[in-house]
Design a protein around this ligand. Structure first.
Ligand SMILES: [Mn+2]
Length: 291
């Protein structure tokens, strides 16, 4: 199947700079492999608000960006969207576009953080902590005004690898009934068992699955190049194997994001090399899809 590779170069969702450069660097890598890459960027005149007291930081810029990303994916419905972030707020555009294109999808969210905050519960006011709550229509309606359709259902939403959950965010997750597999669960049950269970939940009565892979799910000793590292992450073997396991039923996976690579915090290109390995594997899986 033909892929639609998008470099979603925005870090408006987080006060820490750098994730937008991650999207550019990985876009360049793909261009060097002779892949066509579409670049979506923040507006030229955009100046990032980093005020810790503002709980809706850069909301307008994020919405303009996500609407552009959303429309690009919808206009290319015949291709497999592979969106490379950027901070995780870009997934509001990519995942909802997939929901619009396919009717009713499940979502698998690899992340150290559940990203299930609302404007009321966010501590930092960084919108990259709100995308999954927005995609599932839990709250944050002002972040999804461009999407005139249904949201991803709670019962088809799974978080994998979480280990840093805010207190109020946990209340949100419980209220919605979202399934969360922590890193502890992965250690106890093994990645294979966790992901088979995950696939079951995301597949139940859905017409496709969107994967959103935040590189901070990996242990920061191995992948330090992220904006908000959390210790005790998953190991590299599991990080790579996850893609193979999830693409077992290759036609069920309909779209994917790889987000939060931040070259400003990388050491000796460790995270860059991991991201490139993941990209190569993902591209080969997309190429193997029949339709
Ligand atoms: Mn995230």
């Amino acid at each position: 199947m033909k892929s639609l590779i998008i470099s979603a170069s925005s870090d408006a969702g987080v006060s820490i700079d750098g994730a937008k450069d991650g999207a550019l660097k990985l876009g360049k890598y793909l261009e060097n492999l002779n892949k066509e890459v579409i670049y979506i960027k923040n507006r030229d005149n955009f100046v990032k608000d980093k005020n810790p007291l503002n709980k809706r930081k850069n909301e307008e810029e994020i919405n303009i960006f996500n609407e552009k990303l959303y429309q690009t994916i919808i206009e290319n419905k015949d291709k497999f969207p592979f969106t490379i972030g950027g901070d995780h707020a870009i997934a509001i555009g990519s995942a909802l576009a997939s929901q619009k294109n396919h009717g009713n999808i499940g979502i698998i969210w690899f992340d150290a953080h559940p990203d299930y905050n609302t404007f009321k519960t966010t501590i930092t006011g960084n919108i990259h902590g709100l995308p999954l709550a927005s995609i599932t229509g839990f709250d944050n309606a002002s972040l999804t005004n461009f999407h005139h359709s249904s949201f991803v259902k709670y019962e088809n939403t799974v978080i994998v690898g979480a280990r840093s959950i805010d207190k109020e965010e946990l209340v949100n997750l419980k209220k919605a009934g979202i399934k969360v597999f922590t890193t502890e669960d992965i250690k106890n049950l093994g990645i294979e068992k966790v992901l088979n269970e995950t696939l079951k939940i995301a597949s139940q009565n859905t017409l496709g699955i969107h994967i959103s892979y935040d590189l901070d799910v990996i242990d920061p000793k191995l992948a330090p190049g992220v904006s908000v590292p959390e210790s005790e992450g998953i190991n590299l073997e599991d990080a790579y194997k996850a893609i193979d396991i999830l693409f077992k039923d290759v036609d069920k996976i309909v779209s994917l994001d790889l987000v939060e690579f931040n070259p400003l915090f990388d050491q000796d290109d460790k995270t860059y090399n991991i991201a490139c390995n993941l990209i190569n594997n993902i591209i080969s899986k997309i190429d193997s899809k029949k339709f």
